[in-house]
Design a protein around this ligand. Sequence first.
Ligand code: BG6
Length: 504
Amino acid sequence: MQNHKLPPASLLFIFGGSGDLNYRKLSPALYNLFIDNWMPEKFGIVGIGRTEYNDDNYRSKLYEGIKLFSRRKEDNSGHWQQFSQHVSYMKMDAEKEEEYQKIAGIVKTKEQEFGEHPNVIFYMAVAPQLVPDIAKKLGPLNICSDTKCTRIVVEKPFGHDLASAHELNQLLMSMFDETQIYRIDHYLGKETVQNILALRFANALFEPIWNKNYIDHVQITAAETVGVEGRGGYYETSGALRDMVQNHILQLICMIGMEAPVSFEADEIRNKKVAVLNAIRKIDRDDAHDFAVRGQYDEGWMKGEKVPSYRKEKSVSENSNIDTFAAVKFYIDNWRWQDVPFYIRTGKRLHDKTTIITLQFKPAPHFAFPEEATETWRPNRLTISIQPEMDIRLRFQAKRPGQFMILNPVDMIFNYKDAYDGNEPEAYETLLLDVMEGNATLFMRSDQVEAAWKIIMPILESWETRPPVDFPNYAPDSWGPEDAEALIARDGNNWITLPPLHQE
Ligand code: BG6
């Protein structure tokens, strides 16, 4: 393994320590960082929650989650024994101000034990409505006068709309400096998403054609086969547009659309990304139906299993108008992208679990081939598979072997599994390590979050004022409502699904 510098001594307080996010994602991520020798030499992890645990049964509970969800399930090398010694649990009612002194007490104890002042990280793995209140109580603790050593990590959703996101930003920034606030978008931690920057800016090949002169349109599909998975309570306040588009998908658009950064400084990258968001054409509320389509899944069959409609899911209203599917056509008004449509779609209970980005190129300017040669002609395409396949495919024309001149499309494929050992870190590993190291490049700055809300607000407002008349409007195991097909077909295009590897 490469030699690397370890992050400084760190103390992590996980609010929501007994919750699902910690169980499925955070603990497995921290554990894998430990196995890969990325955790600081001195560290402590304190789970905070209302459930009754002692340290031992809390650790056992986390280990259970690790065995289920970690990318490394079995471990016989004693890593868990060592790692778990750093983990403890504190039962605390986060609503009671006086309880927060316990946190200050733990920081003091650890300071003595470590022989230095650790970075103190407050991770908000709690319901979004609790974040402002907890932050208000953490602010006055004055854990450390140096702004570099305390950090607060805030999960999405960051706000419910533009106004609430702005309010939350104001509140956090009244207690923490922007450099101390880490707003998570876990898509940015995915290897395949980070690789977009490498593909674009470490190669001279793509950049000259990465613009409106050569690209016909861009598509992003982020499809899931699962329903709301017991998260009906949250989803009823959210919907696909808020849950996936405001954050993950707009971030993917930024990665594809941004100008070349001058350096990898956090603010440089974030400036370039926010410039894309600011250039996205504002959709007029009254024209939203021309640019955006919503859907909600019905009951039906999913891979041989009968599944309920969204309206029959737990904690969901039987008249719910919440979108479980959204498709939008965006434009970026700048020199690079003027009039190139960016079609995006996302939804639950769709046919496949797949996230792909496709850049479809314009046709070759002149065709010298005989007509019969071009019957199977297709435009060039660059497809970036984010998950679960992790690959990049470049489609171009080749001559089919034989005595006839017949062209057909072939793929040149870079596949992570073939090229590397297939054991890449999970998004949360990368992001947690960045927080400990104090690197905010992959986190959302306040202006990014607000710019993203501004883009989707007119669609949300339009949907709220005009209740859908056709919900539920798509069957499980489909690709969403028919209107989504029409949205893209109007421009003479169609949604691209990824053919299985080595097939067209
Ligand atoms: C989360 C959403 O942010 O992303 C979920 O709240 C969604 O509804 C999830 O299922 C998808 O993440 P991934 O990494 O599986 O694509």
